[in-house]
Design a protein around this ligand. Structure first.
Ligand SMILES: Cc1cc2nc3c(=O)[nH]c(=O)nc-3n(C[C@H](O)[C@H](O)[C@H](O)COP(=O)(O)O)c2cc1C
Length: 326
């Protein structure tokens, strides 16, 4: 799959996830052969306040990240254009425009899913960004606002005509948030109607799911979010085309390196706090994981994490072959 000058292979993407798709996590996923890892969303408006970024960068390239695909959100074409220009100055290789975020704070200001509600407004936003930067621009949309206003076909076509290199669809409405099921039949209709590649997203938890999505919808690539939290090796399964959980030893090694990179990036206090949710996912669906879970809530230092992982070897052994489970 091409993204402007870049070849994206395999056509598997890590979803942009606020407070999750940060450099150490993107790096862990890319290390497991994820094709492209999108950053968490960044406010275009904040990017334009350049003096705020003299000491700290708004986003960073992850270790091993060949293509830095930065997602921005905003409520007006000029703001998104200016934010995209700033993002490119800060090192972005490609820009993704968030037209689907359902969070009240984001839609309340007219961004995310609120902008995606009106295909013409979404197209104006994409056109403004395409005109403002030389890097490829993509867009991520939802099914529509609610059940009675599903407009993904119109929105996908409008943003493709406005110059988006590809469109990612998460086929749930804003009203659904993350509940119910992603409507893959809508994805198939959008693929059929859109002149640029469409990336399918929503409810992929295994290679079997991804294969089924591609078969049922004809999407050009797949994007995975929640199922990768605590299990970046899902990308390896997608790349190899088979659902095989790495051994407990391998998973421990991947996780240890990940914990180290995360703590180095975020600092020990914040790093440990944020790693808890990843640790909990590590034993998701595993029988007898309750003790691990309660220990994971109490970790306070990197040494605690190392000890927890060492003690978790047995628990993780039981977690084999659970990749395809919800
Ligand atoms: C914790 C979390 C944070 C998210 N943050 C973003 C975001 O910043 N931008 C975005 O476009 N989507 C965001 N999403 C939505 C995901 O990118 C994705 O569309 C959704 O989770 C469906 O895919 P999945 O079923 O594979 O998780 C987020 C989802 C979660 C669970």
């Amino acid at each position: 799959m091409r993204l402007g000058p870049f070849e994206i292979s395999p056509a598997t993407l890590l979803a942009p996830m606020a407070a999750i798709s940060v450099p150490p996590f993107r790096s862990a996923c890319l290390g497991q052969r994820c094709g492209l890892a999108t950053t968490e969303m960044v406010a275009a408006k904040q990017l334009t306040v350049r003096r705020a970024w003299r000491r700290k960068r708004p986003f960073e390239r992850a270790a091993g990240e060949r293509v830095l695909h930065v997602q921005i959100f905003g409520n007006a074409p000029e703001i998104l254009a200016e934010g995209a220009r700033a993002a490119v100055d800060f090192g972005a290789d490609a820009i993704d425009i968030n037209l689907g975020c359902p969070a009240r704070k984001v839609v309340g200001s007219g961004s995310g899913a609120a902008l995606g509600r009106d295909p013409a407004a979404a197209a104006r936003a994409v056109a403004a960004v395409v005109a403002a930067v030389r890097v490829p621009v993509t867009a991520k949309i939802r099914a529509g606002w609610d059940e009675s206003s599903v407009n993904a076909v119109e929105t996908a076509r409008a943003v493709a005509d406005a110059g988006a290199a590809w469109v990612t669809l998460h086929p749930r409405t804003r009203a659904q948030m993350f509940g119910g099921r992603a409507d893959w039949s809508l994805l198939a209709r959008v693929v059929e109607a859109t002149p640029v590649p469409v990336i399918g997203n929503g409810d992929i938890r295994s290679h079997a799911d991804a294969e089924r999505m591609v078969r049922q919808t004809g999407c050009a690539g797949v994007m995975v979010g929640r199922a990768t939290i605590g299990r970046p090796w899902l990308f390896r399964a997608l790349a190899d085309g088979r659902d095989e959980e790495p051994t407990a030893g391998e998973r421990l090694e991947i996780f240890r390196a990940y914990v180290e990179a995360y703590v180095a990036w975020a600092g020990p206090d914040r790093g440990i706090r944020e790693l808890r949710k990843h640790l909990l996912r590590l034993v998701h669906g595993v029988r007898g994981a309750a003790a691990f879970r309660s220990d994971a809530q109490r970790i306070a230092t990197p040494a605690d994490v190392a000890l927890l992982l060492e003690r978790a070897r047995d628990t993780l052994e039981h977690a084999r072959d659970t990749l395809a489970e919800p």
